[in-house]
Every structure is written in C-alpha cells, then in structure tokens.
Ligand binder design. Structure first.
Ligand code: FES
Ligand code: FES
Length: 156
C-alpha cells in the first residue's frame, strides 16, 4: 500500500504493509535511529516522536494511521535552537545519564514546552509521566525542563 506522510520536513512516500508499526518504519526503513525501542507496548516513552506537534508513542502507531500527518524525530530537531537549549539543560543537571531514554525525553520536553512554556514541577511530572528513566530519579529531568523553559524564553 502506498503510504505518504511528512518526516522532518520532507515528503515521504513508501510502499509498505499498512499494519507495520511506525517505529519500525522510522528505524528500519528511514534509518532514523535516534528513536529507541524500549518496552514496545506503549509504557516507556523511549519511542516518542512528534506527530503534528504532539508526542506519540511510535511503537503503538500503525503506519496506516500516519498517512497525511507530519512527524519530527530527534534528527529533525537537532539543528534547532530549542534542541540546543534542551540538550545543554539535560547535560547541566545530569538529566542524561545512560542516554537511552534521552531522545524520548527531549521530544516530550519539546512538546511540553511548546504547549506550556512555563510549567510547574507538577505539570512537568504529569505531562512526562509516560517517559520512564532508570537512571536519573527524574528530578534532574524536571530541573532540565525548568532550565530550558528559562533559557528558551520567547522560543517556546
Ligand atoms: S517502546 Fe514505545 S512506549 Fe516503550
Ligand atoms: S538516562 Fe538512562 S534510562 Fe534515562
């Protein structure tokens, strides 16, 4: 089946099995390997991508549901000021340790700050509750999002 969508600003049109998971298209077909697979069942947030500006778990999305939508992965954010601010904030607080959850955390933080540029600790914890991290204890991530909120004032 012909499947067309936009990925990181470019039109993509591919012949695919419509039941394929979007994460497999992202990683194995488009070779955008910043997106990680953790649980594979919608519980960890490692596979989060932006779909029309909102974070979604790509492991739960059949590629048929991607038709006509616009997606961004970490590769598509990496030349933006927002990414630079987020990356520096995560490094400054220790919000990035083994790094496995970090692509999903950065995408989720970006989405959160675009929606809510000045979040409270509670809002950060609530909105990022679908993103799991085994290393940081989460407070470093909350602090990173707060720093990014301040550093990116006017950008979010
Ligand atoms: S791999 Fe998709 S939510 Fe865990
Ligand atoms: S930094 Fe290791 S899982 Fe989050």
């Amino acid at each position: 089946m012909k499947i067309s969508f936009k990925m990181n600003g470019k039109n993509v049109s591919l012949d695919l099995d419509p039941s394929m998971r979007f994460i497999d298209v992202v990683r194995d077909v488009l070779h955008l390997n910043a997106t990680k697979e953790g649980c594979g069942e919608g519980s960890c947030g490692a596979c989060v991508v932006l779909m029309d500006g909102k974070s979604v778990n790509s492991c739960l999305l059949p590629v048929a549901n991607a038709i006509g939508h616009e997606f961004v992965t970490l590769e598509g954010l990496k030349d933006t000021k927002e990414f630079d601010i987020l990356q520096r904030a995560f490094a400054a607080t220790g919000g990035q340790q083994c790094g496995f959850c970090t692509p999903g955390m950065i995408i989720a933080s970006y989405s959160l700050l675009k929606e809510c540029p000045h979040p409270t600790d509670e809002e950060i914890r609530a909105k990022m509750s679908g993103n799991l991290c085994r290393c940081t204890g989460y407070q470093a991530i909350v602090e990173a999002v707060k720093i990014a909120s301040k550093e990116g004032e006017g950008l979010w």
